[in-house]
Design a protein around this ligand. Structure first.
Ligand SMILES: NC(=O)c1ccc[n+]([C@@H]2O[C@H](COP(=O)([O-])OP(=O)(O)OC[C@H]3O[C@@H](n4cnc5c(N)ncnc54)[C@H](O)[C@@H]3O)[C@@H](O)[C@H]2O)c1
Ligand SMILES: O=C(O)C[C@H](O)C(=O)O
Length: 335
């Protein structure tokens, strides 16, 4: 794909490869964080599903990053992926009103499986950002595919839950008349319905909520994706806000790859913080991917949050098992 050519976004299966090389300036600033760039660094980001509602604005946003200075775009998937450091996967169908994210499983599971096979073959060391729903299952599918290919590195596979954090921060800032840039709410669990759990008691800066406000905000954050699906009335799900959230997660990954030692995001990753094989929590990102799971966020929870953690486990477990089962069955069928 060439970002200057609109038509190159239009193919059914389109991919973007964006070459990133650090500018000569040694210090860059994004938001509140200042960090030093390695002047020798050069990274490539590939977006699989670049023609879509998320993919198009995401490609443009990633291209606008101060860390990105050039790009190239072969039309073949394998060529597109060679030498890539970060692969973002927003390929797949979105929901229509009345559907759950799990209703997308039958179509998106195969799309993610096929694309991750190509990633395993061409850039097995890349950070992989999975956006395609149902994330609670597509990430375990990706993990199984990478295991089958013998290249699974759990520290480099991420389900993108950044949009839940963006929403939580926005709704809390609105409710409490705070500046959005100052607010940070960790969101844990997964990315569907009650598995999305904002830890409002851990909001920074420290904020007081009534029990009623906590319940209202929690439900709003959990249903925000469905709210968009209903408002779009059949024309898809969140796209621009997701592109913004994905661009933020890409930028954080590039900063981590570039040696910034202070990069934290929430993401759905292989985890041991909650007796489930995959769980979203705050993570510290480093050059090799997940450097630490911030399990301390799960300590000192309110009674409301503790109950919500227990309540989400059954659904998340079943979504994980569904993904693993699908990938294993496909592998047996292919053998
Ligand atoms: N994780 C999140 O927070 C989050 C947020 C919003 C949307 N989503 C999910 O992201 C996915 C995409 O949403 P969208 O609105 O961009 O949908 P879309 O239909 O607008 O775009 C999807 C794109 O993927 C392409 N595609 C399909 N199969 C492909 C393949 N095998 N290889 C490459 N490209 C392929 C399609 O041609 C299309 O251009 C959906 O599954 C949606 O549920 C996730
Ligand atoms: O809600 C959806 O289907 C898309 C996405 O997961 C979202 O949270 O907006």
């Amino acid at each position: 794909m060439n970002c200057e050519s609109e038509s190159s976004f239009l193919g059914k299966e389109s991919y973007a490869a964006l070459q990133n090389s650090s500018s000569p300036r040694s210090v860059k600033s994004t938001g509140r964080t200042q960090y030093h760039l390695n002047p020798q660094a050069s990274y490539k980001v590939a977006i699989l599903g670049a023609a879509g509602g998320i993919g198009q604005p995401l490609a443009l946003l990633v291209k606008m990053s101060p860390l990105v200075s050039d790009f190239t775009g072969p039309s073949e998937l394998a060529d597109c992926l060679k030498g890539v450091n970060v692969v973002v996967i927003p390929a797949g169908v979105p929901r229509k009103p009345g559907m759950t994210r799990d209703d997308l499983f039958n179509i998106n599971a195969s799309i993610v499986k096929t694309l991750v096979e190509a990633v395993a073959d061409n850039c097995p060391e890349a950070f992989i950002h999975v956006i395609s729903n149902p994330v609670n299952s597509t990430v375990p599918i990706a993990a199984e595919v990478l295991k089958q290919k013998g290249v699974y590195d759990p520290k480099k596979l991420f389900g993108v839950t950044t949009l839940d954090v963006v929403r939580a921060n926005t709704f809390v800032a609105q409710k409490k008349n705070l500046r959005l840039i100052d607010v940070d709410v960790p969101v844990i669990g997964g990315h569907a319905g009650i598995t999305i759990l904002p830890l409002l008691s851990k909001t920074k800066p420290s904020v007081c909520f009534t029990d009623e406000e906590i319940h209202e905000l929690t439900v709003r954050i959990q249903n925000a994706g469905t709210e968009v699906v209903e408002a779009k009335a059949g024309a898809g799900s969140a796209t621009l806000s997701m592109a913004y959230a994905a661009a933020r997660f890409v930028e954080s990954s590039l900063r981590a790859l570039d040696g910034d030692g202070d990069v934290y995001e929430c993401a759905y990753v292989q985890s041991d913080v909650a007796d489930l094989p995959f769980f979203a929590s705050r993570i510290k990102l480093g050059k090799k991917g997940v450097e630490a799971l911030i399990s301390s966020d799960l300590q000192g929870l309110t009674e409301y949050e503790q109950k919500a953690v227990e309540a989400l486990k059954a659904e998340l477990k079943s979504s994980i098992e569904k993904g693993v089962g699908f990938a294993q069955k496909q592998s047996v069928a292919a053998a």
